[in-house]
Design a protein around this ligand. Structure first.
Ligand code: ZN
Ligand code: ZN
Length: 287
């Protein structure tokens, strides 16, 4: 019998996400099947806690978009479970969450992971939010916001990156309980606007050292990495997350790498999978 080759999309969103297209999760699944995927993870954003949102310096509209539809986490699990059953003969669906690490909200994260952890079959640990001007600020909302809220606060693009990697290290080290996700999303999210700041390919020694420290920690503690192709499609990023030099280092350390489309729309499911395969092959001079 011929061995079925694993083709996996490990990072996707659904209609439960208010900044996604609104297309139904089932449509995403059908697209994945059509593209020959054999394994597919739903990794919807865990809603941010009310108390955090109350002091988050953004408009109500932006804050709403950062939440899950009506905070209906139970509905999400129920609906994804029904899809898992419906499509079980065609694709292996894993039900997961993308957990945003927030240093001030570890109690909330621990509580939610305790409550829903036993339903989780996959998960991502992300940093999208950092301390910045006037409180916590988004890393990847838009260019002007990144410049004002973070570069303005830390003083330079490099210092912002170092702050980001410090937050990722904190996330890695945080005690979030038994069900803490073990895969790190889009490690170079700060690169989203790198071309605008003429910083592409200019990685200083301090940033290199910070990243290597993270990779060694991940290796030692059994973490894997999301190879997130969304960055390739961003106007000022034009490369996947993490950057290719980091992928190469991760591969040499034998940190497991998992493709992720980070689809927020049906047409994005499985995007640039061939580029991912090529990248992985090219990074592979040791295995
Ligand atoms: Zn999202
Ligand atoms: Zn995501």
């Amino acid at each position: 019998m011929q061995e079925v080759k694993l083709k996996r999309d490990g990072h996707t969103h659904t209609h439960y996400c208010l900044h996604a297209s609104g297309e139904l999760a089932e449509e995403y699944v059908r697209k994945a099947i059509e593209k020959g995927f054999t394994m597919y993870s739903f990794t919807e954003h865990l809603p941010l806690p009310e108390s955090f949102l109350a002091s988050f310096p953004y408009t109500e509209e932006t804050k709403n978009e950062l939440a899950l539809l009506d905070d209906d986490l139970d509905g999400y699990f129920r609906e994804m479970l029904a899809l898992k059953k419906k499509y079980k003969d065609r694709i292996q669906l894993l039900i997961g969450l993308e957990i945003d690490y927030l240093p001030t909200e570890t109690a909330y994260l621990r509580m939610m992971l305790k409550e829903y952890g036993s339903f989780l079959e996959d998960g991502l640990l992300s940093v999208h939010i950092l301390e910045g001007t006037a409180g916590f600020r988004c890393v990847d909302l838009d260019l002007a916001d990144f410049e004002e809220g973070l570069i303005g606060y830390y003083g330079s693009y490099e210092k912002t990156q170092l702050a980001y990697y410090r937050a990722v290290k904190e996330a890695l080290m945080a005690d979030l309980g038994l069900y803490k996700p073990k895969r790190i999303s889009h490690l170079t999210l700060c690169h989203k606007f790198q071309h605008y700041f003429h910083q592409a390919g200019k990685t200083g020694e301090k940033v290199q050292a910070a990243v290597m420290d993270l990779l060694l920690y991940m290796k030692e503690h059994g973490y894997s990495l999301d190879v997130n192709m969304a960055g390739l499609f961003k106007e000022y990023c034009r490369e996947p997350y993490p950057a290719p030099w980091i992928l190469q280092a991760a591969k040499q350390l034998k940190i497991p790498l998992v493709y992720g489309s980070d689809a927020h729309a049906v047409e994005q499911v499985g995007r640039a999978y061939d580029d991912y395969l090529r990248l992985i092959r090219e990074s592979g001079n040791c295995s």
